[in-house]
Structures are given as structure tokens and as C-alpha cells.
Design a protein around this ligand. Structure first.
Ligand code: NAD
Length: 381
């Protein structure tokens, strides 16, 4: 069986598997074909892949034509999908809930698609939780980027020339990315406040040395299951928005990460909150790929709003390609362990992790959420 590693399309800098990932695959007799330069941004040279037992392919086309298994970071585009070997298996961030029809060429070619975003967040699959890995990287990088752009320092300094007060950081959404942002800002010496609708987040925020801001939401249910938040009513969202305006006025940095799975990101930050920030302050909207938490956010663009820098990065993990690729590759190798037996593909869709992550198999949608989306998007009006 041949496994292919593609060079991802720029501006993606991560790679799906690194040379260190190949040991267990080579031990099972899997042949690994690598596109030249695939790991270059992630610190892995072609020679390192060769030393790990892989071969450098003559061309990208030969990998697409020959590989039975293709771990990727992002979904192959339509022309790459059209060149895939029928019956091949693709594993990666395939965005099946955002752009299901972008995968139709692969589905028509009977390619089996597994989406890392859909891996169920159950204990057994924790080592495959690539969303958490990437959120961790994004939370860290958001703070480091904000610190770099802020015209002030993060730590409090007491010097002979006087005292420099610490920067004040406000983190909205204390999930995986938010908690990492809090930890990073604390390590840099900032004073940190955080807000989340899930009461359970309070304890985690406090354990990192930050202050948890409570909002009285009138006892409504804010938990949507699986540790995620529920979608709130406009009235409940408004209470959060009011708190955010008040807190923004004394914050130097806001990192916002609030999301509800399968829904557009909640619009929590009004123009009024951005205008309440001092000139020179920085707001990083990590929810930009889902539309953004700030009503002024333009996904992918940087704006200056009355002196406040508003950043809306679409792919921060890609700005930390070495560690992001190491974490992602480990998640992928652990996932491959479920579909490889003695070097051959063996797909058992009775396994809840595989069934949950499977977008399509043998030309048909498998994950029920994706199947419903495909029905709606392909139904004739
Ligand atoms: P996410 O990216 O969907 O959301 C980020 C945060 O935004 C969440 O903490 C959510 O509560 C918050 N949020 C949503 N709407 C909000 C609003 N209106 N106002 C303020 N905050 C709002 O979530 P995530 O970071 O991927 O994960 C959230 C939680 O899921 C984790 O903290 C953890 O408890 C759980 N989790 C469990 C596993 C597992 O394997 N069991 C894995 C990862 C995460």
C-alpha cells in the first residue's frame, strides 16, 4: 500500500506527516511517497523523509494517481480530487460542514473521506483531537501576535525610572484556544480577565491565575453537550455584550474565541466596545473563520479602527508550522492506527470514531450531519 504526503498549497505551511511519523507506518510495510518540498516550512527536508524510509515522488500527479492513503492538512482542490486513485482514502481538515460540495468530485470517485474536524471528542479519541491541538497553537500565537503589535509591554516592571504597569488582557471564550491564550498572557506577566457562558470554564480560568467574569444569564442552560456551549437567545447574548463593552474600556488586548459548533460565531463585540478601547489596543478575533465575534471583523483582514488594531486571522496554526505540524501529525498517525491493519486498509464503520469522522465511503455520505447538508445543497429547488 502506498501512502502519499503532498506539499500543501501556499499559504498553508503545515504538513500532514513528518519524517518522525513514518516509523510505525514503515514497520507495517507501508510505502511512503513524498512530494518534493512537502515539509520545508515544518523543518523537514526531503532528505529527512528519505532517511525515514520514504521516497520523493517524481511528481504530485504520480502521488495522486498511486497513493491509496493520503493524509492531508487541507482538502485537495477539485482538480487534485479528479486525479485521485478511485477507492483511495483521504484524511484531513476537509471542512465538510462549511463546504460539503467542495468534496463532491472525490465522493463521485468513490474516495473515502475522513475529516479530522469530525473526530468525536470522546476519551478514546483524545489523541486524535486535531481541533484541540490547533486551537492550542492558535491561542498561543494570538497572544504573542498581540504582544508584538501592542505599543506597551505585558509584564509589570519596577525600575529605577519608575513602575511600568502590566498590560490587561481580556479573553472571551475560555475553551481550548481561550485557556491557552490565558496561560500564555499570564506567562508574559499580563493581568488577565476572561468570560465564557459555560460556568464550568470558571474553575479552569481561575486555576490559571486569571479573573473569571460572571454574567447573570437568569439560570438558562448554556451547555450544548460534549463540553460545548449552546446557542444563546439575543437577550442572553446582550448581557454578555454589555459586560464586554465595560471590560473593553480598560483592556489593552482582547482575544476572542467564542464559538458554537455548526453555527456562525456569536456576534458578541459591538462597535461600541471597540471604540471604548484606548488607541494602540489590539483585538484578535480568533473566531474569524466562523464569521467573527466582533461585528466589525472582516475575516482575513487587518483593520485600524480609531487607532485600535483589529486582527482577524484565518489560519494562525499555519504561522507556527513546526509545532503545529508535529501535533497534527501525531493526531493523524493515531487516527491512521484505526484504519490500518498490518499495512493494509481495514475500515470498520461500526467503530464510532470512524463513523463519526467519515464524510463519505463508497460514493455515499456517512456522517449524518454531512449527509443532511449534502441533501439540502444538492436538492433541486
Ligand atoms: P469552541 O471552539 O466551540 O468554543 C470556544 C469557547 O467559546 C467555548 O468555551 C464556549 O463555551 C465559548 N462560547 C460560546 N458561545 C459563547 C458566548 N456567547 N459567550 C461567551 N463564550 C461563548 O469550544 P472548544 O474550545 O473546542 O471546546 C470547548 C470545551 O469542550 C472545552 O473547554 C472542553 O471542556 C471540551 N472539550 C472536550 C474534549 C474531549 O475530548 N472530551 C476535547 C476538547 C474540548
Amino acid at each position: 500500500m502506498q501512502l502519499g504526503i503532498l506539499k500543501e498549497t501556499f499559504p498553508e505551511t503545515r504538513v500532514a506527516l513528518l519524517p518522525e511519523s513514518l516509523k510505525s507506518l514503515r514497520a507495517q510495510g507501508v510505502d511512503v511517497l513524498v512530494e518534493a518540498g512537502a515539509g520545508i516550512h515544518a523543518g523537514a527536508s526531503d532528505q529527512a523523509y528519505i532517511d525515514a524510509g520514504a521516497s520523493i515522488a517524481a511528481s504530485r500527479a504520480s502521488i495522486l494517481a498511486d497513493a491509496g492513503l493520503l493524509p492531508v492538512v487541507n482538502a485537495p482542490n477539485a482538480s487534485d480530487q479528479a486525479a485521485l486513485k478511485p477507492g483511495a482514502v483521504v484524511v484531513g481538515f476537509l471542512r465538510p460542514l462549511d463546504a460539503p460540495t467542495a468534496l463532491s468530485t472525490a465522493v463521485e470517485r468513490n474516495v473515502t473521506l475522513f475529516s479530522m474536524e469530525l473526530v468525536p471528542r470522546i476519551t478514546r479519541a483524545q489523541s486524535m483531537d486535531a481541533l484541540s491541538s490547533m486551537a492550542t497553537v492558535a491561542g498561543y500565537k494570538a497572544v504573542v501576535t498581540a504582544a508584538d503589535r501592542l505599543p506597551r509591554m505585558f509584564p509589570m516592571l519596577m525600575t529605577a525610572a519608575g513602575t511600568v504597569p502590566p498590560a490587561r488582557v481580556f479573553v472571551i471564550g475560555a475553551g481550548v484556544a481561550g485557556l491557552q491564550a490565558i496561560a500564555t498572557a499570564r506567562r508574559l506577566g499580563a493581568v488577565v480577565e476572561a468570560y465564557d457562558v459555560r460556568a464550568a470554564a470558571g474553575e479552569q480560568v481561575r486555576s490559571l491565575g486569571a479573573k473569571f467574569l460572571d454574567v447573570d444569564l437568569g439560570g438558562i442552560n448554556t451547555e450544548g453537550g460534549g463540553g460545548y456551549a449552546a446557542e444563546l437567545t439575543e437577550e442572553a447574548l446582550d448581557r454578555g455584550r454589555d459586560l464586554i463593552v465595560k471590560t473593553a474600556a480598560h483592556s489593552d488586548v482582547i482575544i476572542t474565541t467564542a464559538q458554537v459548533p455548526g453555527r456562525p460565531a456569536p456576534r458578541l463585540i459591538r462597535r461600541e466596545a471597540v471604540e471604548a478601547m484606548r488607541p494602540g489596543s489590539v483585538l484578535v478575533d480568533l473566531a474569524a473563520p466562523a464569521g467573527g465575534n466582533c461585528e466589525l471583523t472582516q475575516p482575513g483582514l487587518e483593520q485600524n479602527i480609531g487607532g485600535v488594531i483589529l486582527l482577524a486571522p484565518m489560519n494562525l496554526p499555519s504561522e507556527v508550522p513546526v509545532d503545529a505540524s508535529h501535533l497534527y501529525a501525531r493526531n493523524v498517525v493515531n487516527f491512521l492506527g484505526l484504519i490500518l491493519k498490518n499495512g493494509n486498509l481495514s475500515i470498520d464503520l461500526a467503530d464510532e470514531v470512524l463513523a463519526g469522522a467519515c464524510v463519505a465511503h463508497e460514493g455515499k455520505p456517512v456522517n449524518p450531519r454531512v449527509a443532511r447538508l449534502l441533501e439540502t445543497t444538492t436538492a433541486t429547488p
